[in-house]
Design a protein around this ligand. Sequence first.
Ligand SMILES: C=CC1=C(C)c2cc3[nH]c(cc4nc(cc5[nH]c(cc1n2)c(C)c5CCC(=O)O)C(CCC(=O)O)=C4C)c(C)c3C=C
Ligand SMILES: [Fe+2]
Length: 518
Amino acid sequence: MNCQVMNTSSPSPSSSSSSRNPIPNSPLKLLGRTVCYSLSHKTNRCSGIQIGGCHEIVYLPKNCVVRKYASGWSDAKQPVRYPPRALVASESQGLSSIPIIGKEKIGVLLLNLGGPETLDDVQPFLFNLFADPDIIRLPRLFRFLQKPLAQFISVLRAPKSKEGYASIGGGSPLRKITDAQAEELRKSLWAKNVPAKVYVGMRYWHPFTEEAIEQIKKDGITKLVVLPLYPQFSISTSGSSLRLLESIFREDEYLVNMQHTVIPSWYQREGYIKAMADLIEKELRTFGNPEKVVIFFSAHGVPLAYVEEAGDPYKAEMEECVDLIMEELEKRRITNPYTLAYQSRVGPVEWLKPYTDETIIDLGRKGVKSLLAVPISFVSEHIETLEEIDVEYKELAIKSGIEKWGRVPALGCEQTFISDLADAVIESLPYVGAMAVSNLEARQSLVPLGSVEELLAAYDSQRRELPPPVTVWEWGWTKSAETWNGRAAMLAVLVLLVLEVTTGEGFLHQWGVLPLFH
Ligand SMILES: C=CC1=C(C)c2cc3[nH]c(cc4nc(cc5[nH]c(cc1n2)c(C)c5CCC(=O)O)C(CCC(=O)O)=C4C)c(C)c3C=C
Ligand SMILES: [Fe+2]
């Protein structure tokens, strides 16, 4: 059955699109599931996910209301905002440190990547990252090799990574920044009369998601809002954290019964967009000739197969996000040229293009003299802003003929941003425990909501193997040779590992890499 879209409301004033029909051949067709997207009036791309029971993905014009679901026609309703009047409490009322509303104790779980805090943490951190099947997905037959391979790659990569972390002060600043964001979010929620406790759960380093969940149980939280700190959804980031959460939830009686909701991505929120535009506007003013500056959005890349084979919405969300920021800047009469490119690729497979390094060289060649880099996929400073952008890409830009280079700081604890995150949490509260599928209002909310299982079923439902995005070995002179050499090398390494694991002998045992103690 097709989802149908009815044009029940007037188009947005700036909309030039008159199409009100689902766009056929959408690039994000998901098997047997429906994801209904609300469409940006400018770009015809989705601005939020809502999972329903239909069998098509439809793109909806802004302000348009989805009328038909598998379960029948729905009422046309405008999105509802929720300042939950029932939730009133204040820190000064002498409540316990765990917020209680009626009988409910509200928690917010911030999910993030985590980073090594010292140079000694680097290799085990990399091990955790490469042991994640959402980062390296092996063919089913080779799944038992996930940990040995992760150990192997992490040992090989650690020296290069350590150099990077050494150059930014000996460790990742992620934990400190995320803790500060959690505290600011807590304060903002309390200031908005929503007393909630805020937890941090990292995917690959302390405090691990498991540690946060233990605390949530100890505190007796009854309603949980799960908020990944990635503005755009990717299988490799929010998806991976949610998959872990799902497995923890499934095995625990307390958690199975705890009501929760997930805010899978929030790049389209007004507060976030405005906060990004503020930062860009401020940074542009530091240039002598602000209107000549090219605004260079640099997002963390993902392997192309994530988007093309597994249905990762990351690229679409990223492009939509950039368009929304530029629209906001246009409203402020800032109409600079801009571009989006993807950084930080590792390994032999093709990643999202254009690549940041190649684009910088290209812009230099075209005579661009001023560039403002805007990190767009992450809301904290980290190794890829502090080292890759500030050092490597800046150097490359200067070499390529760019004379003036600037970089917009990551959002961190910027007040507009934190306050908007708090609003996102508040707007999601009425849906805690409510299934987005069966809850019409949740479908029409400004915040796309869903439960962990539904979200994971929507993306990457089959979980087929993906090409490993990691270089184990490379030789050759052309890009395509690198790709195929890398794949051949990966196969060779797998064979060696199989032999090593099955015979108990080989160079990894000699180096003390195997057996594993992780
Ligand atoms: C939205 C952000 C990110 C996406 C998407 C992402 C995908 C992705 N990353 C790797 C491999 C590595 N990532 C590393 C560090 C790292 N990654 C992100 C964000 C995203 N990754 C951040 C913020 C950080 C830095 C954390 C910090 O310590 O500051 C690393 C380790 C650093 C290094 O050695 O370069 C690796 C490796 C893959 C393979 C991938 C998609 C499949
Ligand atoms: Fe990464």
